[in-house]
Design a protein around this ligand. Structure first.
Ligand SMILES: CC1=C(O)/C(=C\N=C(/Cc2ccc(O)c(F)c2)C(=O)O)C(COP(=O)(O)O)=CN1
Length: 456
């Protein structure tokens, strides 16, 4: 496998934190053994998230100087609107401060209590807004997506039979839209094939059900289609992206990922009536429909980021970095989610720490110790992130108990990934010495962000 050199040269550098193990032990204790509660200055290589951690290009920074901060009808909004129409093909766009802003609007606009929103595996904030508006999330992803070791090219795919079954059971009028994530974050950044997208849209159109994409990592999804779906090998990323989005009626977007910005998002739709209702609602939560909680400069940076994101050399390098790290871990026999996803390498904490039961939070334990031993920050994506069933109050117990090593776009080099790989290997050697943890503070919503733990 060839690993392309970084397709950029470095113009500005930001020194990173060098810490000792003693210092990290103190920091970790103060952070309640929760990597979310560490300070950036305490993290050597920060793989917590790819969200908002992107390095912007000189072109984007130049765009920041061209912010038209008019309250209404900013030039930058017009540019963003043009770019979204050109690259994604949607008729309408409403900027929001980030993905959650779009999820809030879409859920309030389309969901009524008692509805069902089917989707290819849950995502924390997406499900939270669906439930907040009275819907029940229904997982319609293929079964294999819940098994970290099954190596399929499109593990993010929707199981059409599961969708058909739900339609038969509850009726189309109880399904305001199907939420298709491209890629599927919690399955390990797994893509959806163009063929599957086509099938989902066909079935939904037959029943008059909207398809709404979570387009957060849609360029990574396009790359995997080019790489793994024969019919698209000779298409450009841009052509694939446009066709993909055509199999939806709209999307929510966290621009903080594939749009290469540090803040920003948007809601798109083709339906004029939905757009008008969204314009009425956005002024309550985000601001005028022409800025949606963003400064003009942010919209300019996002418009330019979208244009850059479909460059093959950029996305080929971005995905190759994930593969580079994964290949080293696989060679060392370390259990990770297969196949390698688009934005991260996911350690299988259940296999890594077989001796720790799920109710002692293996992924949380692994993330904490990886930081302690190496200064590498990662994110728990297991039972803590899954939260509690709001009916029974019991922990959801996901099959996937993962630690996400999330690679920011255009930030780290292969040398940093060598450090991460070595840290994982060292920890794997000593894994039997790790003990589980107990949660000593459990927040009410999305507990993983601010929960605190102690070793049992
Ligand atoms: C597929 C998808 C996302 O990945 C996503 C965000 N992702 C984050 C930040 C984050 C979100 C939720 C967590 O439990 C979490 F611990 C981390 C992340 O790191 O992956 C959003 C929401 O977009 P916003 O962050 O712009 O509002 C919508 N859809």
């Amino acid at each position: 496998t060839n690993y392309p050199a970084e397709p950029f040269k470095i113009k500005v550098v930001e020194p990173i934190a060098m810490t000792t193990r003693e210092e990290r032990a103190q920091y970790l204790k103060e952070a309640g053994y929760n990597t979310f509660l560490l300070n950036s200055a305490q993290c050597y290589i920060d793989l917590l998230t790819d969200s908002g951690t992107t390095a912007m290009s000189d072109n984007q920074w130049a765009g920041m100087m061209l912010g038209d901060e008019a309250y209404a009808g900013s030039r930058n909004f017009i540019h963003l609107q043009e770019v979204v129409r050109e690259y994604y093909g949607f008729k309408h766009i409403i900027p929001t401060h980030q993905g959650r802003g779009a999820e809030n609007l879409l859920s309030r606009l389309c969901i009524k209590p008692g509805d069902y929103v089917p989707g290819n595996m849950y995502f924390t904030t997406t499900r939270a807004h669906q439930e907040l508006n009275g819907a029940q999330f229904v997982d319609i992803i293929i079964d294999e997506a819940h098994d970290s070791q099954i190596n399929l090219p499109f593990k993010g795919n929707v199981d059409i039979n599961k969708l058909q079954k739900l339609i038969d059971e509850v009726g189309a009028d109880r399904i305001p839209y199907v939420c298709v994530a491209v890629t599927v974050n919690l399955a390990g950044g797994q893509p959806v094939s163009m063929e599957n997208l086509r099938e989902v849209k066909k079935l939904c159109s037959q029943h008059g059900i909207q398809v709404m994409f979570d387009a957060t990592r849609c360029v990574e999804n396009a790359y995997f289609i080019k790489e793994r779906e024969a019919a698209y090998a000779h298409k450009t990323i841009r052509e694939i992206l446009k066709e993909m989005m055509g199999y939806s009626d709209g999307c929510t977007m966290s621009g903080k990922k594939d749009c290469l910005v540090n803040i920003g998002g948007f809601l798109c739709m083709n339906d004029d009536d939905l757009y008008q209702r969204a314009c009425e609602l956005v002024v309550l939560f985000e601001g005028m429909p022409s800025y949606g909680g963003l400064a003009g400069r942010d919209m300019e940076a996002m418009a330019r980021g979208i244009e850059e994101s479909v460059d093959y050399h950029y996305i080929h390098h971005r995905i190759s970095q994930c593969r580079y790290l994964a290949d080293q871990l696989v060679a060392a026999g370390i259990p990770i989610v297969l196949p390698v996803g688009g934005h991260a390498v996911f350690l299988d904490a259940r296999k890594f720490l077989e001796h720790i039961p799920q109710e002692q939070f293996p992924a949380q334990t692994l993330a904490a110790h990886l930081y302690l031993e190496s200064g590498v920050r990662s994110m728990e994506r297991g039972i803590v992130s899954a939260g509690r069933n709001k009916e029974t109050g019991e922990h959801y117990r996901p099959k996937l108990e993962l630690v996400r090593l999330t690679i920011p776009r255009r930030v780290y080099t292969y040398a940093h990934l060598d450090v991460v790989a070595q840290a994982c290997k060292d920890l794997y050697q000593h894994r039997s010495q790790l003990q589980g943890m107990q949660m000593v503070y459990e927040p009410k919503f999305l507990r993983f962000f601010t929960a605190r733990f102690e070793p049992v």
